[in-house]
Design a binder for this molecule. Structure first.
Ligand SMILES: *Cc1c(COP(=O)(O)O)cnc(C)c1O
Length: 350
């Protein structure tokens, strides 16, 4: 069976202003599609990017069976298109599928889907200074359900879109706001997976923080005692030689692989590093805080608002290790530094 879509016209690469990319959808040429029905996946592979209709009772629309991933393809100076820890995206999506009772798209197939989609759209991969080709795998329940239960049919797709560099005016610290009113996740819930609904729930608190001039909310646990993470990035706090990040034990925190990479690099730097409860009271004495994620790699935190007071972190500038890890990770990602852990894959040349 062919997969029918209503075509979306791709933006020709020649018409894209690669030096002024933001983070918005730009239609590229191809997407990858697979359909799950009758207990098995049928992969259609690369198809022209297009819209498709779904069922009015589709499980994704009513009960939120929808999950996504995020990754980047970058172009290094040697003209190679490189991916970072893509196997970890595959594994994380599989874990999310199990939690939301969605069918797993086999991890090797996932990686193949990403590689093929990037290569089919390689004319859209910006140079490193201009940004990256953002990769968005998504899965959602497409078949009708009425009672609350897993749907029987799903669609998996991968599309890509060129995005600009996160720090346009250089690497700079952000201001965050702590919310004691809003929480992102509860212990045992779905904070640990990229369930679409988690991000819907964050939009309102985020809009309030933005209206007050903050970049994002720094979330606490439901008892307002310790830190969890930032809207879509993990949190780190350093005091002296100790670097700490909230632990994943309660399943409230998304297990970012930028977080995991920093944990590994930090022990090589000789820091006493670990995952534990990072308490609210520790903020005042912190030497540096930063957050981590695919979008920005490392984002230094300059100040945090708590109960109406602004707490400056360190000297308010870019912390020493924020800079070190930012430089190290970027160098590894672009194959300018040794890739000891086998994080990077080269999938082709532009
Ligand atoms: C995606 C995401 C992160 C960062 O994960 P990476 O694998 O480092 O990109 C952190 N927190 C949340 C809530 C996320 O959705």
């Amino acid at each position: 069976m062919a997969f029918e879509t209503k075509p979306i016209t791709p933006v020709p690469p020649a018409e894209i202003d690669f030096d002024n990319l933001g983070f918005t959808f730009i239609a590229t040429e191809k997407m990858w599609v697979a359909e799950y029905a009758g207990g098995k996946w049928t992969t259609h592979g690369l198809v022209p990017i297009g819209e498709f209709w779904t069922h009015p009772a589709a499980g994704a629309l009513h009960y939120g069976q929808a999950l996504f991933e995020g990754a980047k393809a970058r172009l290094n100076d040697a003209g190679e298109i490189v991916l970072f820890r893509i196997v970890d995206n595959a594994r994380r999506m599989a874990e999310g599928c199990r939690r939301l009772m969605m069918p797993v798209y086999e991890e090797g197939e996932f990686v193949e889907a990403v590689n093929q989609t990037v290569l089919a759209n390689k004319a859209y991969v910006p140079t490193d200074e201009q940004g990256a080709l953002y990769i968005r795998p998504v899965m959602f329940a497409s078949a009708p359900v009425l009672g609350v239960k897993p749907a029987e049919e799903y669609i998996f797709l991968v599309f890509v879109s060129p995005v600009g560099p996160y720090f346009k005016e250089g690497f700079s610290p952000i201001r965050l706001k702590i919310s004691k009113e809003f929480h992102r996740a509860v212990a045992g819930g779905v904070g640990c997976v990229k369930a679409a609904g988690n991000y819907a729930a964050g939009m309102y608190p985020n809009s309030l923080a933005k209206a007050d001039g903050y970049a994002e909310i720094l979330y606490l646990d439901a008892d307002n005692k310790h830190f969890e993470e930032v809207g879509a990035a993990n949190f780190f706090l350093r005091k002296g030689e100790e670097l700490a990040t909230p632990s994943l034990d309660d399943k409230t925190i998304l297990p970012g692989y930028t977080r995991d990479s920093v944990l590994q690099l930090a022990s090589e730097e000789g820091l006493n590093v670990g995952a534990r409860d990072v308490m609210l009271e520790e903020l005042a004495g912190a030497d540096e805080c930063f957050c981590t994620g695919t979008a920005a790699v490392i984002t230094p935190i300059g100040s945090v608002e708590l109960d109406g007071a602004e707490i400056t972190i360190g000297d308010g500038g870019v912390g020493k290790f924020s800079q070190i890890f930012y430089d190290q990770l970027n160098a590894i990602m672009l194959k300018e530094a040794e890739d000891k852990y086998g994080w990077v894959t080269t999938i082709g040349k532009k």
